[in-house]
Design a binder for this molecule. Structure first.
Ligand code: GLN
Length: 223
């Protein structure tokens, strides 16, 4: 006991980290929690060294460094964004450069144009892209494949597609990160990035492969 105390007393005095250093080390990343697989993203972000928080209100959105838009049902989330008065605040933060990551329904919401959706569905224009909703077919046509993800080491990534969209057009300045490697959908774009906004057609939050979440947390730290 005495020995322990002695060592504590003898330890060098370290200046406490500033708020800015702390935020950089462990950024606060919101997960839009209106509908969808929120819990899976929260778990993945925590494992990647972020402080994940639920976002349902404008005040909660204002407090985060970045936002994840989960998989789920894009038209339901779109409707709830209206009900919770989050549409304009979210568009404004994206315009101001807030980093964001959307998986599946989240990708649809981040698009600047959406095909095969409801006429009243809203989107956020976080990435200059046209996304086709339910492009791979119906729920029964959900599938998994291995794909190469640009910039990620350690081999191909297992990608789970659940009634997923694909990207049909990308604007200038949008980087294609992954395409379907083979089969009837070979070449279809399924992961993109524009600046600090990343979107995947598939669900990295459900496979235990955390590389996309790590990439996003690193991007938020750098932003
Ligand atoms: N098909 C869903 C939609 O339109 C997306 C599916 C998903 O997120 N797994 O929003």
């Amino acid at each position: 006991m005495a020995r322990k105390l002695c060592r504590v007393n003898a330890s060098p005095v370290v200046a406490p980290a500033t708020a800015v250093q702390q935020a950089a080390a462990r950024p606060t990343i919101g997960v839009l929690a209106l509908q969808g697989d929120v819990r899976e993203h929260i778990a993945a972000l925590a494992l990647c060294g972020a402080d994940p928080v639920l976002v349902r209100r404008e005040s909660e959105l204002a407090a985060v460094d970045a936002l994840v838009l989960p998989g789920g049902e894009s038209t339901a989330i779109s409707k709830l964004l209206g009900v919770f008065e989050l549409l304009e605040p979210l568009r404004a933060r994206l315009r101001a450069g807030m980093p964001a990551f959307g998986s599946c329904a989240g990708m649809i919401l981040l698009a600047s144009e959406v095909l095969d959706t409801r006429p009243d569905a809203q989107h956020l224009s976080g990435i200059d892209m046209t996304v086709r909703r339910n492009a791979f077919g119906r729920q029964v046509d959900s599938f998994e494949t291995d794909l190469d993800f640009a910039g990620l080491d350690d081999g191909p990534m297992r990608a789970v597609f659940i009634r997923a969209p694909w990207v049909e057009r990308v604007g200038d300045g949008v980087e294609v990160l992954a395409t379907v490697p083979d089969g009837p959908f070979a070449g279809r774009i399924v992961a993109v990035r524009q600046g600090n906004v990343v979107a995947t057609s598939f669900h990295p939050e459900v496979t235990g492969d955390l590389r996309v979440h790590h990439l996003f947390v690193d991007l938020v730290r750098a932003a």
